[in-house]
Design a protein around this ligand. Sequence first.
Ligand SMILES: Cc1cc2nc3c(=O)[nH]c(=O)nc-3n(C[C@H](O)[C@H](O)[C@H](O)COP(=O)(O)O)c2cc1C
Length: 207
Amino acid sequence: MEEDKQLTTKEAIEKRRSIRKFKTDAIPDEVIYALLESARLAPSGCNAQPWRFKIVKDSATKKQLQIIAYNQSFITEVPVVLVVCADIQGYLEGRASGVQDLGNIGVFNEEICEILNKNTKIKSQMSIENLRQSVAFNVAIAIEHIVLRAQDFGLGTCWMRLIDEKAIRQLFNWDDKIYPVALLPIGYPLESPPPRKRRSLEEIIIE
Ligand SMILES: Cc1cc2nc3c(=O)[nH]c(=O)nc-3n(C[C@H](O)[C@H](O)[C@H](O)COP(=O)(O)O)c2cc1C
């Protein structure tokens, strides 16, 4: 597996752009697995690890995803699209086991474990709709790990959140416990966009 360049974290953050034009070159499977490995290592609340990934390479499914993504056509140009989801049931189970592990190593005392376990029970009775928010930001961290790591292989990505979640579930025959969070097209860039506008530090620091 060839890593194009080993970027520092700073370089990866500064060089990253959303890429929407791609070469058609295939991505070796081991590279895709290296990207998923970086997602696997992401932090999550109570170590629940709710992220799940569907790897899409075939043109017919990509065409379907284009329709589901409100006709954002660049999705059909990439060799690989990750459909990144949250597994709601897996989240609750992962949370329960994570609380136990963190209790065992003394991160949480008994009282906190009890509160967290109670909270997990309450969550398990919550509607799936309400649980989505809790899982989504955990999944977002895993996605961003992939986005940054992709650059070590000279790959470009683009977060896609403008999607019809229900249609994705229908396409893959998933029940409503699988929550599609975003699509992530991945490929070798055919464009090199300049940095996009950002707010200044003064604007983002609350005094
Ligand atoms: C949560 C999220 C959702 C996004 N959804 C889309 C999308 O559906 N389609 C798209 O072309 N870009 C999407 N983007 C990319 C943004 O437009 C992009 O990050 C922003 O314009 C800044 O540009 P940069 O990423 O090149 O710095 C999304 C980004 C994020 C973080």
